[in-house]
Design a protein around this ligand. Structure first.
Ligand code: ATP
Length: 306
C-alpha cells in the first residue's frame, strides 16, 4: 500500500517543552486514520505541521511520497482540511460562503459548489443564513469547503467536537462515504475513543507528544477481544473436542497448556463438562479480555482518554 502521510522523527519544541516528540506516522492510501489522544497530546500541533502552518523543530514530512520541503505549495493543493474553527459569514447562505472560498481557492467550476453541498447534505438549504445553522450544519459546511477542490487527502481536527449524538453520527456517515465513494484518504483526530473505533481502519495513539502505538483497528480488536481461557492437561485433545463437539473454529492453542476461545462465550459450563467427561483435567477456567477503553487507559498509564 502506498503511503500518503509519512513523518520521520517529527518534533516540535516550544522552549524546552516538546509538544510533539519524534513522531513516525504512516497513513496509507485510502485509509481512515484515527489520530487519538487526550487534550494537549499534540494532535493539533502535528496537524499544523502537516499542513505547513508551523515549522517542525526537526524531522521530516512526506506527503504523497514527496518531501514537504520545497514542494509545499504543490502538495498542499492536494489536501483539504479543517483545523481550528475558521468562521463563515453568518449573514450569507452556505452557497454564498462557498462561492467566496471557491474564488480564493481558485476553484472556478460552478458545479463544484453544488456537488460539495450535496455531498454534505446541505444542498436544500438554499435560503437559510449560516448564522441560523446548528453547529453540526456548520461543521458539514466546513467539510464542504474542505472538499471543494477534490482533495485526495482530508485532514480533520476534532470534527465532532461539541456536536450532539445526531450531529456526530452525521459527520461519521459523511466521513465514511468520502472514504468509500470518493476514495479519499482521511486523517481524523479525536480524543473520543468510541468515535475513532467506529470509523477508523488504522489508529495512531498519541500521548504527551509521543506516538505510543500505530495499529490497525482489526488487530486492535483482536488483541482486545474477550475470550474464555481454559488450562487443561492436554490442549491438543481439548482443541479437537472444541472442533468436533462444538464446531468451534475461533480459538487459539497457547502452547502452555491453555486455550483461548473467542466465540461461544457463556458456554464455558458446557465446555468444561465435556472436557472433564473426556478425561481432561481442567485447572483453570476464566473469562478474560478488556475493553478498548481499558486498553487505552493502560497504554497511556492511568489517565482517561475522554
Ligand atoms: P487539544 O485537543 O486540546 O487541542 P492537542 O492534542 O491538539 O489537544 P496541541 O494543541 O497540539 O494538543 O498541544 C500540545 C501541547 O503543546 C499543549 O501542552 C499546548 O499547550 C502546547 N502548545 C501548543 N502550541 C503552543 C505554542 N504556540 N506555544 C507553547 N506551547 C504550545
Amino acid at each position: 500500500m502506498s503511503t500518503v502521510i509519512k513523518t520521520t522523527g517529527l518534533t516540535k519544541s516550544y522552549g524546552d517543552y516538546k509538544a510533539v516528540d519524534s513522531l513516525d506516522l504512516n497513513v496509507g492510501l485510502g485509509q481512515i486514520y484515527g489520530f487519538l489522544g487526550q487534550n494537549g497530546a499534540g494532535k493539533t500541533t502535528t496537524i499544523r505541521m502537516l499542513l505547513g502552518l508551523i515549522k517542525p523543530t526537526s524531522g521530516d514530512i512526506e506527503l504523497f511520497g514527496d518531501s514537504l520541503r520545497g514542494k509545499q505549495k504543490e502538495l498542499l493543493k492536494r489536501i483539504g482540511s479543517i483545523v481550528e474553527f475558521s468562521g463563515f459569514y453568518e449573514n450569507l447562505t452556505a452557497r454564498e460562503n462557498l462561492m467566496i472560498n471557491a474564488r480564493l481557492m481558485g476553484v472556478h467550476k460552478a458545479s463544484a459548489l453544488s456537488e460539495a453541498l450535496e455531498i454534505v447534505g446541505l444542498h436544500q438549504e438554499t435560503k437559510k443564513l449560516v448564522g441560523n445553522y446548528s453547529l453540526g450544519m456548520k461543521q458539514r459546511l466546513g467539510i464542504a469547503r474542505a472538499i471543494l477542490h477534490h482533495p485526495e487527502l482530508l485532514i480533520l481536527d476534532e470534527p465532532t467536537n461539541g456536536l450532539d449524538p445526531v450531529g456526530i453520527k452525521e459527520i461519521r456517515r459523511l466521513i465514511r462515504s468520502l472514504a468509500d465513494e470518493r476514495k479519499m484518504t482521511i486523517l481524523i483526530s479525536s480524543h473520543i475513543l468510541s468515535e475513532v473505533e467506529q470509523l477508523a481502519d488504522q489508529v495512531g495513539i498519541l500521548h504527551q507528544g509521543r506516538l505510543l502505538e500505530e495499529i490497525s483497528l482489526a488487530e486492535l480488536m483482536k488483541r482486545n477481544r474477550t475470550y474464555m481461557e481454559f488450562q487443561v492437561s492436554n490442549e491438543n485433545k481439548a482443541a479437537l473436542l472444541l472442533e468436533q463437539q462444538f464446531g468451534i473454529a475461533d480459538y487459539e492453542v497457547r502452547g502452555d497448556g491453555s486455550l483461548r476461545i473467542y466465540s461461544h462465550l457463556g458456554q464455558q459450563g458446557n465446555l468444561n463438562r465435556v472436557f472433564v467427561q473426556e478425561g481432561l483435567e481442567v485447572t483453570k477456567m476464566a473469562i478474560s479480555g478488556e475493553t478498548l477503553e481499558d486498553y487505552f487507559v493502560r497504554l497511556i498509564g492511568g489517565g482517561t482518554i475522554g
